[in-house]
Ligand binder design. Sequence first.
Ligand code: OOG
Ligand code: MG
Length: 254
Amino acid sequence: MSTTIERIPDHLDAAQRERRPIDALPDTLTLDDAYWIQHGVLGRRTSRGERPVGIKLGFTSRAKMAQMGVSEIVVGQLTDAMRIPDGGAVALSGFIHPRIEPEIAFRLAWDIDVADPHADIEGAVDAVAPALEIIDSRYRDFRFTLPSVIADNTSAAGFVLGPWRPPGIDLANRAVRLEVNGAAVAHGTTAAILGHPMRALHALVPVARARGFRLHAGQIVLAGAASAAVAFQPGRVSAIVAGVGRVDLRGVDG
Ligand code: OOG
Ligand code: MG
């Protein structure tokens, strides 16, 4: 591949905007390169007026690792343009080959000093919510290696937040169900997310420190899907987390 690293952010950005899948990147890319590219892709989005609103973790469950053949935690970035209101509709034509997955979202009440090894991210959570994430790899056939998926902002494409709940709500071992048009299509448990979704939050801090992510007051953190993702097709999709709540989204043609 002749593309130099400097040109890859534009290449990935164009793939997303033109909904045109590209080949995965060379395996010679390091993780440093991959996060550098991701920050470049986000820089292009923010220069068009998008606002960073959160962080997402990926591959925090075995179900996701097994589905995609990647076995390390990845971190990506969410912008306001990716957010869809609870119960809202989204046109599937805006994506390449979207998939949908159930998630848990945390909200941070204050800035976290990621340089501080004792930073209390758990204490900073002021609300939790059920969430849906739309992922849409910019790579052909949704096939990628670890550096490629990191460079591609971990396939981030959209997200929906359900009603916020108090931070003290028990998130241990809660059943998670993904429904399409009222029928269950995937099952998981919050325990699938590194044993407890809070562990995903703790795992974020060293990655944020090493890879130049800032964690701000008001930011959303998606902990990673508890089940494998399914193809996002026209119809109603819901994530239901026992004892936490539900969140809904409608995929529409056009
Ligand atoms: C990468 C994104 C992984 C998760 O929740 O594990 C992710 C992908 O599967 O394309 O968002
Ligand atoms: Mg996800």
